[in-house]
Design a protein. Structure first.
Length: 261
């Protein structure tokens, strides 16, 4: 409720700019209160007579969130109407304009551009900004998913997959002393040096064990042969005793005969 001056017809005039800045400041605080998360901006697009009618637009952004999209489409309008028609809030705007009367004549909401989270997919466009990425709906929001998540076996489970946003997936292949993998997707396999060292070490240990067993067997056989040689001499001693006995008898007989003569 203020007299409209011809200078207000020019939106860039000094008087228009003062009025616009003051109104935007007050309306921004109220519109942000309706939805602090998705509030974007307030713009005054026209000033018309009668007294002074200021046409303004409050903008809110659709977030990548299903619940907040539902809030914008179904709950924002009644909340914002209550805030803008509240007498205390209108009084605050009035004080900013030197206590002139402020009235909200009309509030119009534009048609919904995004009905639900599915309608937001075309705005995500992961393929345009990231190599081999696709859109995936997860926990009520769209996410750009790389090949490493889409294809868990991309590196054939023989390496760790990393998504390069410019060139695509990269595999960091596993490597150890026993086995090694290489190739763009870790598809090639070869034995490591440690494997052959273990094989030859086991063969060497096996050969050494066989040699030790052979030596032990030979030593045992030799010991067994020596025992038989020790057991044989008593038989020989018995034979020599018999010979001595007979010799002794013969000698006695000869001595007796000689004595008879």
């Amino acid at each position: 409720m203020r007299e409209f001056e011809t200078e207000y017809e020019n939106m860039n005039s000094s008087k228009s700019q003062i009025l616009i800045k003051t109104l935007i400041k007050e309306l921004s605080a109220l519109c942000r209160r309706a939805d602090p998360h998705n509030y974007k901006d307030v713009k005054v697009i026209n000033l018309k007579p009668g007294s002074i009618v200021a046409e303004s637009i409050a903008e809110y952004t659709y977030p990548n969130n299903a619940s907040q999209i539902d809030f914008l489409n179904n709950e924002l309008e009644p909340i914002l109407r209550n805030i803008l028609n509240n007498t205390d809030n209108l009084m605050i705007i009035s004080q900013a304009f030197e206590n002139v009367r402020i009235q909200v004549t009309n509030i119009t909401f534009q048609p919904m551009e995004i009905r639900n989270i599915a309608d937001l997919r075309s705005f995500v466009a992961c393929r345009l900004g990231f190599a081999n990425y696709t859109e995936e709906l997860s926990d009520g929001s769209w996410k750009c998913v790389g090949p490493c998540k889409q294809y868990p076996d991309y590196c054939h489970r023989h390496g760790e997959c990393f998504n390069n946003v410019q060139s695509g997936p990269i595999c960091l292949c596993y490597e150890s002393s026993l086995e090694q993998y290489d190739g763009p997707q870790c598809e090639r396999f070869r034995r490591g040096r440690g494997f052959y060292a273990a094989v030859f070490g086991a063969l060497g240990a096996g050969i050494l064990l066989i040699l030790v067993l052979i030596v032990v067997i030979v030593v045992l056989q030799r010991k067994c042969g020596g025992r038989w040689n020790i057991d044989k001499p008593p038989a020989r001693r018995l034979m020599s005793l018999k010979e001595d006995f007979f010799d002794f008898t013969q000698r006695g007989m000869l001595i007796s005969a000689s004595m008879s003569q």
